[in-house]
Design a protein around this ligand. Structure first.
Ligand code: NAD
Length: 489
């Protein structure tokens, strides 16, 4: 039998990929799902629709493996994680190429995603020697109390399509280093990179059942996984509607949830800001990943005296945007939207903004490139508070701007949102920046820089943007629970 290396596996013609359960690639069921290249609409491969019975097999495999995995010293678990990150680095070019073709990301960003993912796994592995408990004095004489930090058990990770590769690591690495096992369900829009991840992971000696991958649609395999009573924690990244639904499914079994949901990040530009810096950072934040990033600036509040100058700078940047098919073109700012549905959602949002009285300064329609789901980079002015374009997540290369009279008004408008993930402010005034830091009700605030979180921070949303968070020490401990032990003297 010839061994197919992952590199060959992807350079082949479209093929059927197989779930990875209990250390084996399993036989597929009857139904397969097509995965398309969003820049061309061509078939890239097919993945299985995993039914409830197969989901059950995966959860049981994770449960079976968890006992022995938890008993390993954390530093040994970290060793396995480092073998996985080394595999990713060995295959970094193929992995990035697959993300380009499958999600429509430009090549440079896809490469950043792969490299950041390997670094993230190593960063989480470093926590192995730093997972802390506590020793407390007791109310009784000579008694000691121990607060032990334990794994929650079996984790289900349900992923979106916008950073499909990195999000595997954001779920898997902290789960595994703290002694949990995991079942991952990638988005049906962009699952192939997760299947390639599993093929690389299978080349390491990670014990069977510790990492399991199942494919399928949300309402079938996602639903079966989220409602499985054998899951101890669901860590989900995706839309508010799905997050709310998953929470209802979890409630039936009282399964814990960690939810990273949508955003409508405000950017505030004050009259004393470095306007070039602000325009460039907000532009970068808007076109990165074709505007499909939960934490990037989606609405701008600009102080009246600098409104026109700011709009001129933004317009110049939007006009110079290069976009197209990233699998054949280099040096692009952005690729296509992920799907026809994504394209239609963005088009509807811009049409509604027009109907509600906003002005489209540049862009404002689907881009005619002959094929693929492309939308023109779009700048909108004259937006007002009640317009949908200032309230609903657009998830595309569309930037609406509203004029404001002062910081207090900008902060009030920024906070008047059902979302509370990230926010940003551009100013040279330290007092204004500190007022924003105090009064903005968001999980993150970026001052004079674009929105992009660091792995040692804590990425967490307020209001409908989520429950719990990810990254750093606080994100790691979301995968643990505290066990109190009383030792009588
Ligand atoms: P989505 O909610 O449509 O899908 C996410 C995942 O949920 C997919 O794997 C899907 O199959 C699954 N799913 C759908 N219905 C389900 C159901 N009934 N039961 C169980 N699972 C189900 O989201 P998407 O379109 O893939 O991703 C875009 C959204 O994700 C945006 O709103 C974006 O803001 C958000 N997002 C948030 C963060 C964050 O860190 N807060 C990061 C990335 C993306």
């Amino acid at each position: 039998m010839t061994h197919r290396t992952p590199a060959q596996a992807f350079s082949d013609q479209p093929r059927d990929w197989r779930n990875y359960i209990d250390g084996r690639f399993t036989d597929n069921g009857a139904e397969m799902i097509d995965v398309l290249n969003p820049a061309t609409g061509t078939l890239l491969g097919r993945i299985p629709e995993t039914d409830a019975d197969q989901v059950d097999v995966a959860v049981k495999a994770a449960r079976h493996a968890q006992g022995a995995w938890e008993k390993l010293p954390a530093i040994e678990r970290a060793g396995y994680l480092r073998k996985i990150s080394a595999k990713l680095r060995e295959h970094r070019l193929e992995l990035a190429d697959l993300i380009v073709k499958e999600q429509g990301k430009i090549r440079g960003l896809a490469q950043v995603e792969v490299d950041f993912t390997a670094d993230y796994i190593d960063y989480m592995a470093e926590w192995a020697r730093r997972i802390e408990g506590e020793v407390l004095t007791s109310d009784r004489p000579n008694e000691t109390m121990l607060l032990l930090r334990k794994p929650v058990g079996v984790v289900a990770g349900i992923l979106p399509w916008n950073f499909p590769f990195f999000l595997i690591a954001r779920k898997m690495a902290p789960a595994l280093v703290t002694g949990n096992t995991i079942v991952i369900k990638p988005s049906e829009e962009t699952p192939l990179n997760a299947y390639l991840f599993a093929e690389l992971l299978a080349e390491t000696d990670l014990p069977a059942g510790v990492f399991n991958l199942i494919g399928g649609r949300g309402h079938v395999s996602g639903e079966a996984l989220a409602s499985h009573p054998g899951v101890d924690l669901i860590t989900f990244t995706g839309s508010v509607a799905t997050g709310s639904h998953i929470m209802q499914l979890a409630a039936k079994n009282l399964t814990r949830v960690n939810l990273e949901l949508g955003g409508k990040a405000p950017a505030i530009v004050l009259k004393d800001a470095d306007l070039d810096l602000a325009a460039q950072a907000i532009y970068d934040s808007r076109v990165i990943n074709t505007g499909q990033v939960c934490n990037c600036a989606e609405r701008v509040y600009v102080e009246r005296p600098v409104h026109n100058a700011f709009v001129e700078k933004m317009k110049a940047l939007f006009e110079a945007t290069r976009y197209g098919d990233p699998s054949v073109l280099e040096d692009l700012h952005m690729g296509p939207l992920v799907s026809q549905a994504g394209l239609e959602k963005v088009a509807r949002a811009v049409d509604l903004a027009r109907e509600q009285g906003a002005q489209v300064i540049i862009g404002g329609k689907a881009a005619d490139l002959g094929q693929g789901f492309h939308y023109e980079p779009t700048l909108i002015t004259g937006a007002t508070e009640k317009m949908d374009i200032m309230q609903r997540e657009t998830f595309g290369p569309v930037l609406p701007i509203q004029v404001v009279d002062g910081l207090d008004e900008a902060i009030a408008l920024a906070n008047d949102s059902e979302y509370g993930l990230t926010s940003s402010i551009y100013t040279r005034d330290l007092n204004a920046a500190m007022q924003a830091a105090r009064e903005l009700k968001f999980g993150e605030t970026y001052i004079n820089r674009e929105n992009f979180e660091a792995m040692q921070g804590f990425h967490a949303g307020r209001r409908k943007s989520g429950i719990g968070g990810a990254d750093g020490k606080h994100g790691l401990y979301e995968f643990t629970e505290t066990h109190v032990v009383y030792i009588a003297g």
